[in-house]
Design a protein around this ligand. Sequence first.
Ligand SMILES: CC(C)(COP(=O)(O)OP(=O)(O)OC[C@H]1O[C@@H](n2cnc3c(N)ncnc32)[C@H](O)[C@@H]1OP(=O)(O)O)[C@@H](O)C(=O)NCCC(=O)NCCS
Length: 231
Amino acid sequence: MAQRPKRTKLKRLKKKLNDSGLTAAQKLVAKANQMADPMAAFVDLRKYESDGLVFHLECKKASLLPQATLDWAFELLKRNMQNLYEQCEWGWNEKAKRDEMTDEMAWYLTATASDNQLVAFSHFRFDVDYGDEVLYCYELQLDGAVRRKGLGQFMLRALERMAFSLRMKKVVLTVLKLNPPAVAFFTALRVSCGPDSYTLDDTSPREETDGQRDYLILSKKNRKRGKLKFS
Ligand SMILES: CC(C)(COP(=O)(O)OP(=O)(O)OC[C@H]1O[C@@H](n2cnc3c(N)ncnc32)[C@H](O)[C@@H]1OP(=O)(O)O)[C@@H](O)C(=O)NCCC(=O)NCCS
């Protein structure tokens, strides 16, 4: 019988760092998820004005939103995305989508116009993704009437500020390749922000190993955050 290989000191140290790193990531995520309102500290994110229009932003857990708001969000997503989902590998599964959107981990950033009509939302989560503490943006959806006014960009910036203030390592999101406006949106951000913007995440599928996939995973790193301390 072969002898079990002995762990070298270096391997033991690496394992310790990995184990405690994951615990630290989970702690940061748990802390973020305990917030009543992760946007509370950012008064300037509560209001966005463009083209003479005023939008009010709010951040809440899905479990605290009225059913009417969740229904509105689902209908907007359906209007914007069903067609695209049906054309790609994901397909459109209404029950699975509703379950995802009302998961206990789900947070919502919503935007309301001055007539109190909801016009945009982002479903996002604080979560551990491949061992990293991240803010994962599941959806960013605007009603057709309020697009190209900078609101999408403003909402994404709001997510970034919340994420980075809560020491998340990055903001991660998925973009369908067959959604040219969304691809143009992120390309524009890269042009205006340079390297400090969204780039292909390490977890994005690679053609060599994963074959042709319909989506990209993009992320923006928290440059200000130092390494976590290992206890
Ligand atoms: C994609 C989306 C979130 C963008 O939000 P938005 O508020 O319309 O975008 P912004 O006004 O902040 O756009 C910022 C820049 O992105 C680029 N851009 C945005 N939409 C674009 C489009 N349809 N075509 C080309 N460029 C676009 C432009 O350069 C724009 O700047 P400009 O208007 O000064 O030229 C919005 O169009 C939307 O909700 N689409 C439907 C849902 C969807 O596809 N969501 C997926 C997001 S991953």
